[in-house]
Write a protein that binds this ligand. Structure first.
Ligand code: AMP
Length: 412
C-alpha cells in the first residue's frame, strides 16, 4: 500500500489514477530512506519501478518545502540517453499531475531554441542528459546551484558511455545540494561504487530484491544458429508466430538494423527502426509508431535499450548477442515490465557461446535451448545435442564392435 508512506494526498491521488496498486520492492526500500533525506545508492534491475522510487520522494520534498521565489530547478535527474530522459519526464508529469510542480526535459539532439522555456521560466524538476546540460552551465545560461536533490539514474551506463568527467563537473556545480541518489542496474564490477564515493555522503545501500512475480515474468530461451542468414530465417519465423505482438529486435550495429529492416519489409513484416545516429524527430517517431501500434516490430541498437518504456512489449529478440551480460539484462528489461508477462529470445551463433555462459552465470539459470524443426542448425558446434535413445548392446556385440574398430585402426 502506498498509504504506508508519508506521501501527500496529491501524490497518492496520482498514483491511484495511474493505477499502481502497491509499491514494487525497490519502491518499498527507497521511499522511506529517500524521504528521510538520506543519500541513496540503489541497485535496481530495469523495469522494477525505480523511476517512481526517486520521483515520489523528490516531489514530496518539493511539496514539504514550497518554493519562495521563482528560479532554477531544485531537483535534477541526470540520465544517459534522450529516450530515457523523455520517459522519466513523462512519469514525473504523471506522478505530479495533481500538484503545481513543473517538470522539464533537456537533452542533446534538439535545437537550442527549444530549451528557451527551461532557461527562462521556473522549473522544479529537470531531467537532463549530461552533455547538453553542461554546455548551458558553462555558457552561463543555466545555474544548478539551486539544486537540492540530485539523482543520477543508470549510473553504470553513464560510466560505460564515458560521462564520468561531465557528471563530476555538473555535480561540482550542484554543490549546495542536500541529498544525492544514485541508481544503477548493476553495482558489482561496474565501477559505480568507486564513482559514488565522491558523490554520496554516508549513503544507504539498497538492493532491490524483485519479488518472484517481478522476476519470473520474463521467459527466456535461445535458438542456436549456423550463420547470419540462418538467424534471419529464424527471426522471420518467430515474428510470424501468432503471439508475437509487440517486439523489439536488437542488433549490435547500425548497418545490421538497416539490413534487417530491409529484410523484414521484403517479407511484409512492417517495422520501425531506431539507432543512435538518427535525428531526434525520426527517433521519436520510430518509438511512437511502436507505441501506437502502427507497427509491431522495432529494430534497434542498444541506444533504445535504456529508455524505452512501452507497455506490453511481448518479445525482445536478440538478433545479435550483446557482448556483456548486463547489457543483455537491460535489453530483456524492455519486456515483462511491472507484472506483464514477457519473452526474451536470443539467436546465438557458435562464437556467442562465451557470452551465453557469462549470462547464465549472471542470471543464475541455464537458458533453455529451443529448436524450430524446419530450421534446425546444421553446424556441429551450434547443433543442439539431440537426445539419442540409448541402445543397449549385448556383451558379444560390444566385443565385435571393439574388434572392428581395432582392425580399422591397423589399416590406417
Ligand atoms: P521503471 O523501472 O521506472 O522504468 O518502471 C517500469 C514500469 O513499471 C513503468 O511502466 C512504470 O509505470 C511501472 N510501475 C512503476 N511502479 C509501479 C507500481 N508500483 N505498480 C505497477 N507498475 C509500476
Amino acid at each position: 500500500m502506498f498509504e504506508q508512506f508519508d506521501l501527500d494526498q496529491a501524490l497518492l491521488g496520482a498514483i491511484n489514477n495511474i493505477g499502481y496498486k502497491k509499491p514494487t520492492s525497490i519502491q518499498e526500500l527507497a521511499l522511506p530512506a529517500a524521504m528521510a533525506g538520506k543519500d541513496v545508492l540503489a541497485s535496481a534491475p530495469t523495469g522494477t519501478g525505480k523511476t517512481a522510487a526517486f520521483i515520489l520522494p523528490a516531489a514530496q520534498h518539493l511539496l514539504d518545502y514550497p518554493r519562495t521565489k521563482p528560479g532554477f530547478p531544485r531537483v535534477l535527474i541526470l540520465t544517459p540517453t534522450r529516450e530515457l530522459a523523455i520517459q522519466i519526464h513523462e512519469q514525473s508529469e504523471k506522478l505530479t499531475a495533481l500538484t503545481k510542480i513543473k517538470s522539464a526535459v533537456m537533452t542533446g539532439g534538439v535545437n537550442y531554441g527549444s530549451h528557451k522555456d527551461i532557461l527562462t521560466t521556473t522549473t522544479d524538476i529537470l531531467v537532463a542528459t549530461p552533455g547538453r546540460l553542461l554546455e548551458y552551465i558553462e555558457s552561463e545560461q543555466f545555474d544548478v546551484r539551486d539544486i537540492e536533490i540530485l539523482i543520477i539514474d543508470e549510473a553504470d551506463r553513464m560510466l560505460d558511455l564515458g560521462f564520468s568527467e561531465t557528471i563530476n563537473r555538473i555535480v561540482g556545480e550542484a554543490r549546495w545540494r542536500k541529498q544525492t541518489m544514485l541508481f544503477s542496474a548493476t553495482l558489482a564490477g561496474s565501477g559505480v561504487i568507486k564513482f559514488s564515493k565522491e558523490l554520496l555522503n554516508e549513503p544507504v545501500f539498497l538492493e532491490a530484491n524483485p519479488s518472484r512475480k517481478e522476476k519470473a515474468k520474463t521467459h527466456q530461451w535461445i535458438h542456436l544458429a549456423d550463420s547470419r542468414d540462418h538467424k534471419v530465417a529464424l527471426l522471420l519465423n518467430i515474428l510470424k508466430q501468432e503471439d508475437v505482438k509487440r517486439t523489439v529486435v536488437f542488433a549490435n550495429k547500425r548497418e545490421t538494423v538497416q539490413y534487417l529492416s530491409g529484410k523484414l519489409y521484403a517479407e511484409e513484416v512492417p517495422c520501425a527502426w531506431l539507432e543512435g545516429k538518427m535525428p531526434q524527430d525520426k527517433r521519436t517517431s520510430a518509438v511512437e509508431r511502436l507505441r501506437n501500434s502502427a507497427v509491431n516490430v522495432l529494430v534497434a541498437t542498444d541506444v533504445a535499450a535504456r529508455g524505452l518504456d512501452i507497455d506490453d512489449i511481448t518479445h525482445v529478440i536478440n538478433f545479435d548477442m550483446p557482448r556483456k551480460a548486463d547489457i543483455y539484462l537491460h535489453r530483456i528489461g524492455r519486456t515483462g515490465r511491472a507484472g506483464n508477462k514477457g519473452t526474451a529470445i536470443s539467436l546465438v551463433e557458435a562464437h556467442d557461446m562465451g557470452v551465453i555462459s557469462k549470462i547464465e552465470r549472471f542470471v543464475d539459470e541455464r537458458l533453455q535451448r529451443r529448436v524450430i524443426e524446419e530450421l534446425r542448425p546444421k553446424n556441429k558446434e551450434a547443433r543442439v545435442p539431440q537426445k539419442k535413445a540409448k541402445v543397449k548392446r549385448s556383451a558379444a556385440q560390444k566385443k565385435a564392435k571393439a574388434k572392428k574398430q581395432s582392425k580399422k585402426g591397423k589399416k590406417k
